[in-house]
Design a protein around this ligand. Structure first.
Ligand code: ZN
Ligand code: ZN
Length: 274
């Protein structure tokens, strides 16, 4: 019987003092990359510990993982708003506006809410997977105790370890059957929402001063560089009417991003006859 019980390291999260916490999309995405690393570390420790045979051992690792996830949420929530505000402000500045004021609050609220929904969704998916793996570890252990002959001890422990290893507690599949890691998914949601905030900033600042024409950046998205039929290609580099106020100029169908990781942005173009 084990007398020394290695505790899972309940690591204090990197002390992200709000003042130091950056507000770029990359800064925010890093929070989830760190969380993913920490969760995988807990899983690794659990595998190596030999503690998965006991209810206490399993609970200990499960709650270590759970508390990492629980801490990430308020951290993220606090920083989502600041990140979007900055992205929005940068867009508005391109269109010549002053820093965001009261008019834009509704846009920022809506974007922040949407992003937090996706963040929450991925965190609870990962949380469920953590619970699932440990629950199954418990069930397997119970089954083994009922019929020790059918599932020898070593084989069962090995199966449990493999389960932890193979399923990956931080990987998941979305509704469109795309596979994500927590890091990739968060990065996609954050970068894409930041782009939306920035483009909305441009458009709302333009609307405020009665401008209509926008130019779409002429870069290609890295996401589908080699796909000639990608949804962005037809609009790249085009001058379009943002609000349908300029006769004869095609209307912007919707502001970018036009897909996850879309890298297009809008800028005001010289007005016709201006
Ligand atoms: Zn694209
Ligand atoms: Zn694009």
């Amino acid at each position: 019987m084990a007398t020394t019980t290695p505790r899972p390291r309940t690591r204090s999260r990197a002390p992200a003092a709000p003042a130091e916490a950056g507000t770029t999309p990359q800064d925010l995405a890093l929070l989830f990359a760190v969380l993913e690393l920490e969760l995988n570390e807990v899983a690794q420790e659990a595998r190596a510990s030999g503690q998965l045979d006991t209810v206490r051992g399993r609970r200990r690792f499960q709650s270590a993982a759970r508390s990492l996830i629980a801490h990430a949420r308020p951290d993220a929530k606090e920083r989502v708003r600041a990140m979007l505000e900055q992205a929005y402000g940068e867009g508005a500045k391109i269109a010549g506006a002053r820093p965001p004021g009261a008019i834009q609050r509704a846009t920022l609220d809506q974007l922040a809410k949407g992003l937090m929904l996706r963040v929450d969704g991925s965190l609870s998916t990962v949380g469920r997977q953590v619970d699932d793996i440990f629950r199954r570890a418990g069930l397997e252990h119970a089954a083994r105790q009922l019929s020790p002959r059918e599932l020898p001890r070593e084989a069962a422990a090995e199966a449990m370890r493999r389960d932890l290893e193979n399923r990956g507690i931080t990987a998941f599949v979305d509704k469109a059957h795309r596979r994500w890691t927590l890091t990739n998914y968060s990065r996609m949601a954050i970068v894409t929402t930041a782009s939306e905030a920035s483009n909305r900033g441009v458009l709302e600042a333009m609307a405020a001063v009665g401008r209509d024409l926008v130019r779409v950046s002429d870069n290609h998205c890295r996401f589908h560089k080699n796909d000639p039929e990608n949804p962005c290609r037809a609009l790249e580099g085009k001058v379009l009417s943002a609000f349908g106020l300029t006769p004869g100029v095609p209307v912007l169908p919707s502001p970018p991003p036009w897909h996850p990781f879309c890298e297009h942005h809008l800028a005001p173009a010289p007005e016709v006859g201006a």
